[in-house]
Design a protein around this ligand. Structure first.
Ligand code: FAD
Length: 550
């Protein structure tokens, strides 16, 4: 090990660290697991990543132990995606540049903070609408590797719908671009020597031979689980980039991304209807009808979250709730259609739906009013992670997604499980895609809570499966959901996922034990005893330092 680290520090243009504090920092992410790496590398560019891969391979082929390589953005993943033993490859220090902004696209390095790119784009009247709620604290590379999604996905789709091409470094160190290609270009790639030719040949064959199996997956409108084999064939084009998007650094490194951008809606042409319900059933009925109007966002917040926020930071929701008892559910329904007539028509129908089910509602139609009302939904982030005490809101079942018409049943059955385990819990998320974030409050230092955790997740994911859902609508498999994914996808598709991993990464060097090749024993061994999100704290400290420096 010492030899390879020495060779790396000689060969790489970027730095390497084996500093204890660094190793501790990189051993956690936004999730509940912990794995300490051996070293952290900060590559300068794609060639540096290639050198890293080649050097590590060389040492392995000389008979030394295999060292794994795991990519990392800002470590906000909520399931253990960017943590591992072996070497962590940090893309934020150097590979964070915006390389080009065109009329309808941007080319960017993976370590660029998503919020930074979005700000640059917005100055030009453009944006990427699939941004996650963590847009200010996470990277573009992390979003691509997780197929992240968010509040606008119900209308605009997920990250994969905006990826036009990606530059990758393969497991043999080859640097290449992946994008949609016709038959001739595909044949050219298949004829290439080495790993690249082999990947194109084998993945295309695997997809061709298993058409029925690859299309047999949960029928949800939002999916970041598995390897998206079902998206690789687009009409007469073959697009390997679609298999890599959402693959969590288990197939290759992503070293540059070309993203499609779209015009930002004029804020004066956006309307937001906020409706308040006395029961979940009434809100569920309204959500289903509102969904058919194709809103640009359809979000949900439950009573528990509102009461939690009110207890912690009452000023946040000041003036945003009707007088009287706390509503069981609040829905936020947004329309951003540029065509005034179309927007007014949708709003008119939406108002009638809301009047039939909600006990009151309010229309927000100025940017200021809307941004104030969005606090109802976004306050979760401001509060969940700041609650004092040993019990923390744990991301362990925080991304279950079911077919949209099963929303009410999903929430009712989730409440039943939480009652059974006597867990305090709040629910919020994307009603339009029935993708709900729920984080039970538990104390990981207590053996009883650690035991309860897996009993509860077993029941929760079984319930999601019974409803025809998926374990991860937008947060991906990482560790926790990888063990429940076979339940949702079935053995045939799981076998194909194993093959995909083997085709891309025959020696299991890239982010091992993620997505595939992971079991309960493994994840139980690596459960943390205390939960905090260091990456967010670090970014906050950096921002504070930048302000002082300026
Ligand atoms: C408060 C909060 C809110 C969140 N809200 C959302 C949300 O609304 N929607 C959503 O989708 N997610 C959400 N997340 C989860 C997470 O923030 C996103 O998935 C985000 O896109 C991850 O980006 P990151 O830079 O932190 O990536 P990391 O956590 O560092 O990495 C994520 C995965 O990507 C891989 N990876 C990173 N860079 C590369 C690369 N260059 N090449 C190959 N693989 C790479 C890593 O190995 C890892 O498996 C939230 C998390 C938090 C803490």
């Amino acid at each position: 090990m010492r030899q390879v680290l020495k060779a790396l520090s000689n060969n790489l243009a970027g730095e390497m660290s084996v500093n204890e504090d660094d190793l501790r920092y990189y051993s956690t992410d936004g999730g509940v697991f912990e794995l300490e790496p051996t070293a952290v590398v900060f590559p300068k560019d794609a060639n540096d990543v290639s050198t890293l891969v080649k050097t590590v391979n060389e040492y392995h082929h000389l008979g030394n132990d295999r060292i794994s390589l795991t990519a990392r953005g800002n470590g906000t993943d909520q399931g253990g995606g960017p943590i591992n033993t072996g070497i962590i490859v940090d893309f934020m220090r150097h590979m964070d540049q915006i390389l080009e902004i065109g009329d309808d696209y941007a080319v960017v390095q993976p370590g660029c903070l998503y919020g930074r790119l979005q700000k640059e784009l917005k100055q030009r009247g453009r944006y990427i609408p699939s941004y996650p709620a963590s847009v200010e604290i996470s990277t573009i590379g992390g979003a691509v590797a997780n197929n992240a999604a968010g509040e606008k996905t119900v209308k605009y789709g997920a990250t994969r719908d905006y990826v036009e091409a990606i530059q990758v470094v393969l497991a043999d160190g080859t640097v290449t671009w992946l994008h949609a290609m016709g038959a001739q270009q595909l044949q050219h790639r298949k004829n290439l020597p080495g790993l690249e030719g082999s990947i194109f040949t084998q993945i295309e064959k695997l997809i061709h031979d298993n058409q029925e199996t690859i299309h047999n997956h949960p029928n949800v409108t939002k999916e970041s689980s598995g390897y998206a084999l079902w998206r690789a064939q687009e009409g007469d084009k073959f697009n390997l980039a679609q298999v890599v998007v959402g693959s969590q650094g288990t197939l290759c490194f992503v070293t540059a991304i070309r993203m499609r951008t779209i015009p930002v809606p004029d804020p004066n042409e956006v309307v937001l209807l906020v409706s308040y319900y006395e029961s979940l059933e009434k809100a569920g009925a309204a959500a289903q009808e509102l969904h058919d109007l194709e809103p640009s966002a359809l979000e949900i917040v439950d009573k528990n979250l509102i009461e939690l926020v009110n207890r912690q930071k009452p000023e946040l929701l000041h003036g945003l709730l009707p007088d009287g008892p706390t509503p069981a559910i609040v829905l936020l329904c947004e329309f951003d259609n540029a065509d005034k007539q179309e927007r007014q028509h949708k709003l008119h129908v939406a108002q009638a739906i809301v009047d039939a089910h909600a006990y009151t509602s309010v229309l927000k139609n100025t940017p200021e009013e809307e941004s104030e009302a969005w606090k109802l939904r976004r306050s979760a982030a401001a509060v969940m992670w700041t609650i004092p005490g040993k019990k923390k809101a744990l991301p362990i079942i925080e991304d279950g997604t079911v077919p949209p018409h099963k929303l009410t049943e999903f929430i009712l059955r989730a409440y039943e499980i939480f009652n059974k385990y006597e867990l305090e819990i709040a629910i919020w998320g994307h009603a339009g895609d029935a993708d709900l974030h729920m984080q039970p409050f538990m104390d990981l230092s207590k053996a009883s809570d650690r035991k309860k955790l897996f009993q509860m997740t077993d029941e929760f994911y079984k319930m999601v499966h019974e409803l025809g859902g998926t374990a991860a609508g937008e947060h991906n498999d990482s560790l926790m959901r990888a063990v429940y994914r076979p339940l949702m996808f079935g053995p045939e598709l799981e076998k194909l996922f194993d093959k995909v991993k083997h085709i891309f990464d025959p020696e299991n060097m890239l982010n091992p034990h993620k997505k595939v090749g992971v079991d309960f024993n493994y994840i139980k061994q690596h459960l943390r005893h205390e939960y905090t999100i260091e990456s967010i704290a670090k970014l906050e400290r950096q921002k504070a330092q930048d302000t002082i420096d300026r």
